[in-house]
Write a protein that binds this ligand. Structure first.
Ligand code: ADP
Ligand code: ZN
Ligand code: ZN
Length: 698
């Protein structure tokens, strides 16, 4: 019944992916024979291309319609598909404004890429096939018998669930922070909460940091809800699978969507619950393009849709922790480790007491730590050694002339990978075969300095004769199916000592690990990034949580930390498993220094071949900001290089913008960022710029 657009003089607003250099950020005006409802997908011409677009609500468009003579004719409409829900459009609209991206750019970035390739007729056929298959899949899932008996909630779980039920009855439930160590039964609470909303005919969205590291989780949800559709949404799916799961979410066929950060944008017409597991994990922040935080958007989405949000962690981010202290989030504590044994006893080994070896390094393993490893080995228990650096050694060095294996394109060393006989830059990827002799002086005796997981694995072998040593890092997990194969080996007990980077600290439920060793993690204590200690604490707590999950184990679990700074408050809090004390200490420091969560940040990044060009552009940007009346109370810091300042021949600089309040920062960004593209045109040689709101890793 909609009126023809032209007769009314109204355009059809469509969000399309406009290139950044066009300076266009809002939806564009098109001519169509009727006003399609917001959220409708369609094809439209853009420049010389024919692209996918989303009909946008005129209420959400800031611009006045341009001269009707300039409107182009909209193309075919995906009318077999229901429009994307208004709540989805609201989320995209908010995220685009908040993170300073184009509406269409963001909308298209979070739709499954496969959609762009389809014509409406093609999609209609696909939908018909999908609906038929879905009926069969549902029938089959319903036949499967329940595989598990669900456990009776413990006292803390019952209290958390009661609070959850109460929140469900509220129009605007407060987000809940489920605080409990690994094994305290958080997942069990998510399962029960999901069960409760499913029983009311709603859908549940469960976000996890990295799904390929926690394959058991998907299985646990699927087993718990026979007859229900539990679907995954993450970048590990094939493009066709991802499209299929996304369509099932939109059609309301998916009961539970389990996904990584991109899944926060899943269109869910009957959303009833959002869970963010391991809410502190940095991988919730997208680091490219639209740099959004899926955790923060989940909280926004829950509020906008009046849906409860449950954030779970053993080491909540200081942002969430402070909100709980302020009473804006409701904290729900799970005190005990239900499913496993006790938490490991944490012991700090002071490396300072050992004689230094030639070259100033301490020994690989302290004698007592080595003894612990040998004891576990004799008893047939597994151990985990955590070293957050991959490769054989971070740098090769010639003692005669001082040559080091620098990357010619980056301000970084190239890492020595012994197995592949290569020097590889972890920033730009530049790889060469290891030279036989020093490229500068011909000395045959060039030596690795420092240690990565590959070298650790090699050096462990003679110390632990007969031990089966496994390694898990980005290098060994690279091939297809390699990660799964290596994890299965550990689970099957075919590995005695597992060596790995932070990859091994994530959600694996390794039942037989009774000892965790962290090798010299001190560098994070002195990093320039103010969040480095927070990350280290979370990683170490998580690593420790891998030990002692088997309540029936004969010996108590143990964690050794080899450190040069055993009296540091971070390690002292770790020893007591006391996240609260660590958080209080850090929050005091942050308050004193005016850092988040007591202030709000954005980072403007500039890249150019010549660092002076990047500096001049940032100075121009700073001047433009200062000229705005809304800049009052906003601090602009002098541009500085990031820790690795040159990558692939491009120099990088960044400028920090800080405000005491979020609205103040947002008010500045809204007026300032739209000017920056025009400013780029006046600075030849600037390759790229980007704004990062609420940045991580400064
Ligand atoms: P988390 O998510 O905090 O690591 P989980 O929910 O995975 O904890 O629980 C750890 C283990 O304890 C799992 O094997 C789970 O099945 C079991 N478990 C959780 N809650 C209970 C309970 N109330 N009774 C018995 N076992 C439980
Ligand atoms: Zn040399
Ligand atoms: Zn490089």
């Amino acid at each position: 019944p909609a009126a023809p657009t032209e007769a009314d003089g109204l355009p059809l607003w469509v969000a399309v992916e406009t290139p950044q250099h066009s300076g266009l950020t809002g939806p564009l005006a098109y001519r169509a024979d009727r006003i399609w409802p917001p959220g409708t997908l369609l094809r439209v011409p853009l420049g010389r291309r024919d692209v996918l677009g989303v009909v946008w609500d005129p209420e959400r468009v800031d611009e006045e319609p341009p001269d009707p003579a300039t409107w182009r004719e909209a193309g075919a409409v995906f009318d077999a598909l229901p429009p994307l829900p208004a709540s989805w459009c609201a989320l995209v609209d908010f995220a685009a404004r908040y993170y300073q991206r184009g509406t269409g750019e963001l909308a298209l970035a979070v739709l499954p890429p496969e959609l762009r390739k389809l014509e409406p007729a093609g999609l209609a056929q696909r939908l018909a096939r999908l609906r038929k298959r879905e009926a069969t899949a549902r029938a089959r899932a319903a036949q499967a018998l329940p595989l598990v008996q669900r456990p009776e909630p413990g006292a803390d779980q019952a209290a958390a669930l009661a609070a959850f039920e109460a929140a469900c009855g509220e129009a605007r439930p407060k987000p809940q922070l489920l605080y409990g160590v690994t094994g305290s039964g958080k997942t069990e609470v998510y399962l029960r909460a999901a069960e409760s909303v499913l029983a009311r005919g709603r859908q549940a969205l469960v976000l996890v940091p990295e799904i390929n590291l926690t394959p058991q989780l998907e299985q646990r949800f699927a087993e718990r809800f026979p007859g229900r559709r539990v679907l995954a949404l993450h970048s590990g799916l094939t493009p066709v699978q991802r499209l299929r799961h996304w369509l099932l979410a939109l059609l309301g066929e998916a009961d539970i969507v389990l996904g990584t950060r991109m899944a926060v944008f899943a269109p869910l017409p009957r959303l009833g619950l959002i869970v963010v597991d391991e809410e502190h994990d940095p991988s919730y922040k997208q680091q490219e393009g639209a740099r959004y935080s899926a955790r923060d958007l989940a909280v926004w989405r829950g509020h906008a849709e009046g849906v409860p949000v449950m954030l779970g962690s053993a080491t909540p981010s200081l942002e969430s922790w402070q909100r709980a202290l302020d009473g804006r989030y409701q904290r729900l504590d799970l005190q005990a480790r239900i499913g496993g044994g006790p938490l490991p006893r944490v012991r700090l080994f002071d490396m300072g007491v050992l004689p230094r070896e030639p070259g100033g390094q301490g020994p690989l393993l302290a004698p007592r730590v080595l003894d612990s490893l040998r004891e576990r080995l004799e008893r047939g228990e597994q151990s985990l050694i955590f070293l957050n650096r991959r490769g054989y050694a971070p740098v090769l060095h010639c003692a005669d002339c001082g040559w080091k294996s620098g990357c010619p394109h980056c301000s970084a060393w190239r890492v020595f990978h012994k197995g592949e006989r290569t020097l590889r830059c972890h920033h730009c990827g530049f790889t060469e075969r290891v030279p036989r002799a020093c490229p500068d002086c011909g000395n045959q005796d060039i030596a690795p300095i420092g240690r990565g997981t590959e070298r650790l694995e090699e050096q462990l072998a003679p110390l632990l004769p007969g031990a089966r040593i496994g390694r898990l890092d980005a290098d060994t997990a690279r091939g297809k199916g390699e990660l799964e194969r290596r994890l299965a080996e550990v689970h099957a007990g075919e590995v005695d000592v597992l060596v790995g980077t932070q990859m091994v600290t994530k959600g694996h439920d390794f039942r037989r690990i009774s000892l965790v060793v962290a090798l010299n993690p001190d560098s994070a204590l002195f990093a320039s990034d103010f969040r480095a200690p927070e990350r280290l604490f979370a990683l170490l707590m998580q690593a420790g949580g891998r030990a002692g999950r088997d309540a029936a184990a004969a010996t108590p679990p143990e964690m050794w930390v080899q450190t040069w700074h055993p009296t540091h408050p971070l390690y002292q809090a770790l020893k007591r498993h006391d996240h609260g004390a660590f958080a209080a200490d850090q929050l005091d420091e942050r308050r004193g220094a005016g850092l988040p969560p007591f202030s709000h940040l954005a980072l403007l990044r500039a890249e150019a071949r010549d660092v002076d060009i990047a500096a001049a552009w940032l100075e121009g940007a700073a001047a433009a900001a200062r000229a705005l009346p809304v800049a009052e109370g906003v601090m602009l810091y002098p541009p500085v290089p990031p820790p690795v300042s040159r990558v692939a021949g491009i120099e990088r600089l960044q400028m920090l913008v800080e405000a005491a309040s979020r609205p103040r920062l947002q008010a500045l960004l809204a007026q300032w960022v739209p000017q920056l593209q025009a400013l780029k045109a006046r600075h030849r040689g600037l390759t790229r710029w980007a704004i990062d709101v609420d940045p991580l890793g400064i």
